[in-house]
Design a protein around this ligand. Structure first.
Ligand code: OSB
Ligand code: MG
Length: 373
């Protein structure tokens, strides 16, 4: 089957968050992101989301660098491909270093398009075997400990079965202990986004074990593989890597050093769904469980994440919450809702299985450009 691309559209969108999301690296009130839409001459369309934020805080990419990369380098590659498959695109794009979030946005759109063309759900195309995926909620840093305890209580009441707290030096032992005291049985994870110096290792271990934290995510710098391995040795919690794992060789090195006992997979960080699946399978062979991380995606990115989370190597609960945990009004229909047992249903329709609502999209769109061959 030969597909021929007619247009590529790049939209910049700004969606207000239901509440600000604060991490060790900053606070977000609105989420600014890019959407890629690839359309074929036959009238099919595929959607991808670029999660790079306004500022390069989580990683080195930003909306501006991703917009440049996509419009000036990746779109021309797309129009030169004899067949616009995700694999053919990534082979050509590999010539350019870095920019995984920009590359992933395009790869996602091509994956959606290919599944649409086959008339199958993206989940099925990727080898998904689950009807529902297990999810949890990632809770940002709050103005006070009582406020955090109250927020966590509301999420538990809403039905979330696992809570991940954002931590940083000065916001760790006290809030974690308060949440544990109030909710003795909750499955509790923490994520520091690289905020700790390696000398803080013993303190982290102490408050994590005292409060029965099940998983500590990325406490140290991206390159600090040995520090993560030291923390993981004899720990009563899993050590999860997020920012450190950017490709196959970084995963290989980290596995070899025993620096992780859990893998956070984000398609944006590693450059697409294909490579995300490869990394999760590799980790599984080494006995390391995977789960899908999140970047406060809109419905487009969320749908992609849910599709990948439905495949066999994803065995821990993912940072994939219902649409209303992030946005009053999402840009896709229908909204994702939390189901029984802290799960979200995997869409069954062709491709990502949700529709982009052009009315809502136009309302929140700041820029839009359409490219033609
Ligand atoms: O490290 O997991 C992270 C959001 C922005 C940047 C980094 C991270 C996050 C989250 C969001 O934790 C989780 C979600 O999308 O629900
Ligand atoms: Mg993380």
């Amino acid at each position: 089957m030969t597909m021929s691309l007619a247009t590529v559209r790049l939209d910049e969108v700004e969606l207000p968050l239901v509440e600000p999301f604060e991490t060790s690296f900053g606070v977000e009130h609105n989420r600014r992101f890019l959407l890629v839409r690839v359309a074929t001459k036959a009238g099919l369309e595929g959607w991808g989301e670029c999660v790079a934020a306004s500022d390069p805080l989580y990683s080195s990419e930003s909306v501006a660098t991703a917009r440049w990369m996509i419009s000036e380098r990746l779109v021309p590659i797309l129009f030169r491909l004899p067949e616009p498959t995700p694999e053919a695109f990534l082979r050509k794009a590999a010539r350019y270093r870095g920019h995984p979030m920009a590359k992933a946005a395009v790869e996602l759109a091509l994956q959606d398009l290919r599944a649409q063309e086959a008339g199958r759900s993206l989940s099925k195309v990727l080898g998904g075997h689950r009807k529902r995926v297990q999810v949890g909620v990632s809770v940002g840093i709050q103005a006070s400990v009582p406020r955090l305890v109250e927020r966590v209580g509301l999420y538990l009441e809403a039905g979330y079965g696992r809570i991940k707290l954002k931590v940083r030096p000065g916001w760790d032992a006290r809030p974690v202990a308060a949440v544990r005291r109030e909710y003795p049985d909750v499955e509790l994870w923490v994520d520091a986004n690289q905020a700790y110096p390696t000398r803080a290792s013993a303190q982290i271990r102490a408050w994590a074990e005292k409060n029965e934290v099940a998983q500590v995510e990325q406490p140290f710098a991206e390159r600090a593989i040995r520090a993560h391995a030291d923390l993981a040795r004899n720990a009563r919690f899993r050590v999860c890597l997020d920012e450190s794992i950017v490709d196959e060789s970084s995963l290989e090195d980290a596995l070899g050093a025993r620096a992780l006992t859990s893998l956070n997979v984000k398609v944006a960080r590693v450059g697409g769904l294909g490579i995300g699946r490869t990394l999760a399978r590799r980790a599984a062979r080494a006995g390391v469980p995977s789960w899908m991380g999140g970047m406060l995606e809109s419905g487009v990115g969320r749908a992609h994440n849910i599709a990948l989370a439905s495949t066999p190597p994803f065995v821990l609960s993912s940072d994939l919450s219902a649409s209303d945990r992030y946005y009053h009004e999402d840009i896709t229909d229908p909204p994702f809702v939390l189901g029984p047992g802290s799960t979200i249903e995997v869409p069954r329709g062709p491709g990502i299985g949700v529709e982009v609502n052009e009315r809502v999209l136009r309302k929140h769109r700041r820029l839009s450009r359409t490219y033609r061959p």
